[in-house]
Design a protein around this ligand. Structure first.
Ligand code: UDP
Ligand code: MN
Length: 251
């Protein structure tokens, strides 16, 4: 039996949500032995997500955890100003700790709803024994950020430009953690109160103490199998105009 991939996806309501989740689900449906843990940033679970999950026919867990208003990005605020998906990822991690058998073979992976995934990224992560790392495209102001691998095939640093001194200068999409290792470190989770760009480092420090333990994947980190794409918020001005017109005059 193949080791299981637990893919964790935070998601929130917005005009593109159904399009994003349709695309992501149609990728994940092609991956054998994958369990999708999807966590809505909402007061309660939505029909939209419940119906979409039911239609996949794949194993999944549907959770929700709402981000308090004070943590949310305000309409005019830059998207990178506050952490996104922290409580949702932590809710998924708590679910795993309560439900996974301690001897189960597999990995934990964070699959945001807006990224673009090649099926190969799942082949690369499946047999990771510690923490596996690989390149991520379209992130950090570069075409690709990648772990630096030496001639002996060891990870020795990070080929990034933005904030390169982070202990793990890697995007959320660029690593997976072995399931048994994950289960053995109950403190490993995300924190709202960390410096910009330090979520990955905050999580990973619980699982590896030296870069020596990290496993480079994707042909020694030379192949790009996942992209940190970001979907434009579509200008729905005609929707807004039609809604205004439909309203009866106020006096
Ligand atoms: N997300 C969320 N609530 C929010 C904003 C984002 O649950 O208020 C989710 C989002 O759906 C995605 C993940 O958190 O799966 C990361 O968010 P985003 O893609 O906006 O951040 P970026 O990847 O650009 O840093
Ligand atoms: Mn994103």
């Amino acid at each position: 039996l193949l080791p299981k991939i637990y893919a964790i996806t935070p998601t929130y309501k917005r005009p593109v949500q159904k399009a994003e989740l349709t695309r992501l689900s149609h990728t994940l449906m092609l991956v054998p032995n994958l369990h999708w843990v999807i966590v809505e940033d909402a007061e309660k679970k939505s029909e939209l997500v419940a119906n979409l999950l039911a239609r996949t026919g794949m194993p999944y867990t549907h959770l929700h955890a709402v981000t308090p208003a004070t943590w949310k990005i305000k309409p005019k605020e830059a998207w990178y100003n506050k952490p996104r998906g922290v409580l949702q990822r932590n809710a998924a991690l708590a679910w795993l700790r309560a439900n996974v058998k301690p001897d189960e073979e597999g990995v934990v992976y964070f699959a945001d709803d807006d990224n673009a995934y090649s099926l190969e990224v799942f082949d690369e992560m499946r047999y990771v024994k510690t923490v596996g790392v690989w390149p991520v495209g379209l992130v950090g102001g570069l075409m690709v950020e990648r772990p630096k691998v030496n001639a002996e095939g060891k990870v020795v640093g990070w080929l990034t430009v933005w904030s390169p001194n982070r202990p793990f200068a890697i995007d959320m999409a660029g690593f997976a953690v072995n399931l048994k290792l994950f289960m053995s470190k109950p403190e490993g989770k995300f924190k709202n109160e960390v410096q910009k760009g330090y979520q990955e480092s905050e999580f990973l420090r619980h699982f590896v103490t030296s870069l020596d333990e990290v496993e480079p994947r994707a042909d020694n980190c030379t192949k790009v199998n996942v992209w940190h794409t970001r979907t434009e918020n579509p200008p729905l001005r005609e929707e807004i105009r039609l809604k205004k017109e439909a309203k009866p005059p106020s006096d």
